[in-house]
Design a protein around this ligand. Structure first.
Ligand code: ADP
Ligand code: MG
Length: 561
């Protein structure tokens, strides 16, 4: 058997185009080839399980190796292999069955993933880094002959007798000059870990040094010796693929450390996702402790498709307000080769997004219901998610209304409903509005808080960056409720004022004091108000006109988020 032929494609020299076009993303060749090896291995396992393959399954570990001198990278599996006919069918024809369309789409595509995915070009991604690709394969079928296929990156190929003695496939890449970066241990290790850390079949990449107990020294301490062990890249059974009932808290925490080896903080809690209708999705989402450097923490969720890493840009799959979560989402319904435009158009993706939002809301509601105290302790860390979620997603807001908490300056915590009940009789203005007082800076507004408290009013702490928007949200949501900053000129307008002691100063004295302070402050957005504060030690309060303040705030922040 020795056959030369042309890959069935109408356009000559498509490979240089592939190479050039896909250059930016070329490391994915390894993801594609290793995924193929995994597929081939899982197929033989399934055939064996079904009794359709009666031979010895043997070791099914996939080997990745490289030869710096020969400039080759080899991916070797013990999967189902291919016959020469199958090579012709699956390798030569399949990929380019829609060649004309393919070339058309080339012009539109924005990234490599888009092309590779849409046209089943997984195998051909090898030509992004190789001048020449060789397949050595032996099919599992009885009486099959080993076959060899070689292609030098033009549209012609050669099929001849192969040399594989054992069932399975070697893909040998003859790396091109531009891609020699891939011929180092560290670079290959990095890519393998990135895409293959949780593949379901063991991937071996040479050996590594490890230490092993080696008896005891004379003081009875364990001695260690270094040994060479298989360098296995992956954990084939990551936590998210297991059932929640199999997992303890330690397992979730251990998996978190596996995902983020360089993170020192433990997550606050997690949600194990497990959906099989109307789409298939598993995963674990962790709530991290929020730090101030939000940007650093974004894009921590990793998207997988059947345990193959796809991307950590999950913008369209995960609702914006949950982008700070960590963890993994795995869905075979998201194709291996996702692209932006695909995600935006896909209806499954929208459903996934809605489902995640619902799950997160349900989990928070459950935590609140079953362990309110624990929930309150975590509130500082999760309030940002919850408030952001309420501002951006109506469905989430509906659920979150039950567990969204407010904290006052005395450290007491209330639900929205509880708080409304608490202040509704005391903090009313003349128009019948309930007035919530709040501070955005406890230390700075200490004296205002004392004044308000002294008058029997409660003051909320709303001091995070999102709170200025949350304040507006609460007002808009609750008719007849107004939120006023504690240094605003509002306390005087609350009805309780009438019950307070009257001014001890004469009008004349009062005027003198007022103008004294006004001169000293000389800011036109502040008001000086002199009154008797019998049980307190503050003779004067200086307030900021609430309307002026908001205008100023808005001018500064541009009014948006
Ligand atoms: P896909 O994996 O999406 O089918 P690819 O271009 O990656 O597309 O592979 C094309 C086909 O070539 C596969 O479907 C499979 O039939 C065959 N193939 C590729 N690699 C292997 C392998 N290592 N062992 C057996 N068959 C393989
Ligand atoms: Mg493939």
């Amino acid at each position: 058997m020795n056959e030369k032929g042309n890959i069935s494609i109408h356009t000559e020299n498509i490979f240089p185009v592939i190479k050039k076009f896909l250059y930016s993303d070329n490391e994915i060749f390894l993801r594609e080839l290793v995924s193929n090896a995994v597929d081939a291995t899982q197929k033989i396992k399934r055939l064996a399980a079904l009794g359709q393959y009666k031979g010895e399954l043997g070791d099914t570990t996939i080997d990745v190796s490289f030869d710096e001198k020969a400039k080759t990278i080899t991916i070797s599996d013990n999967g189902i292999g291919m016959t020469a006919d199958e090579i012709k069918k699956y390798i030569n024809q399949i990929a380019f069955s829609g060649a004309t369309e393919f070339v058309e789409k080339f012009k539109e595509a924005k990234d490599a993933n888009e092309i590779i995915g849409r046209f089943g070009l997984g195998f051909y991604s090898a030509f992004m880094v190789a001048d020449k690709v060789e397949i050595q394969t032996l099919s599992y079928q009885e009486g099959a002959e080993p076959a060899r296929w070689i292609c030098d990156g033009t549209t012609s190929y050669e099929i001849s007798e192969g040399n594989r003695a054992k069932r399975g496939t070697d893909i040998i890449l003859y790396i091109n000059n531009d891609s020699e970066e891939f011929l180092t241990k560290s670079r290959l290790q990095e890519i393998l870990e990135k895409y293959g850390k949780f593949l379901p079949v063991p991937i071996r990449f040479g050996t590594r040094t490890s230490s092993e107990p080696d008896g005891e020294d004379k003081d009875g301490n364990t001695k260690y010796k270094s040994v060479e062990v298989d360098n296995i890249i992956n954990n084939t059974h990551p936590a998210w693929t297991k059932s929640p009932s199999e997992l303890k808290d330690e397992d979730y925490l251990a998996f978190y450390r596996e995902l983020y080896p360089y993170s020192f903080d433990e997550p606050l809690f997690w949600i194990h996702l497990n959906v099989d209708y109307p789409f298939n999705l598993t995963g674990i989402l962790y709530f991290p402790k929020i730090k101030n450097d939000f940007e650093l923490q974004k894009n921590k969720i990793k998207l997988y498709s059947r345990q193959v890493f796809i991307t950590d840009e999950v913008k369209d799959i995960v609702p914006e307000f949950l982008m700070l979560l960590h963890g993994v989402i795995d869905s075979p319904d998201i194709p291996l080769n996702v692209s932006r435009s695909f995600l935006q158009a896909d209806s499954n993706v929208k459903k996934i997004n809605a489902h995640i939002t619902k799950k997160v809301a349900d989990k928070l509601a459950e935590l609140f219901r079953t362990d309110r105290k624990g929930f309150e302790e975590k509130w500082k860390d999760i309030s940002l998610f919850v408030k952001y979620g309420m501002l951006s997603d109506e469905k989430f807001a509906e659920k979150a209304a039950d567990f969204c908490l407010l904290k006052n300056t005395g450290g007491e915590i209330y639900t929205l409903k509880e708080y409304g009940e608490k202040v509704k009789d005391i903090q009313k203005d003349k128009d019948g509005n309930i007035v919530y007082l709040y501070t955005h800076d406890v230390a700075q507004q200490d004296s205002y808080i004392a004044t308000a408290n002294g008058n029997g009013y409660d003051v909320l702490v709303l001091d995070s960056p999102i709170d200025s928007h949350f304040v507006a949200y609460l007002e808009q949501k609750n008719e007849k409720t107004q939120l006023k900053r504690v240094d605003a000129d509002v306390i005087d307008n609350l009805i309780q004022k009438e019950e307070r002691k009257t001014l001890q100063l004469t009008d004349e004295e009062s005027k003198t004091v007022t103008s004294l302070f006004e001169k000293a402050i000389s800011k036109d957005n502040m008001k000086v108000h002199v009154e008797a504060l019998s049980e307190q030690d503050l003779p004067v309060t200086v307030t900021i006109d609430e309307f002026m303040r908001r205008m100023k705030d808005m001018a500064q922040t541009g009014g948006g988020m």
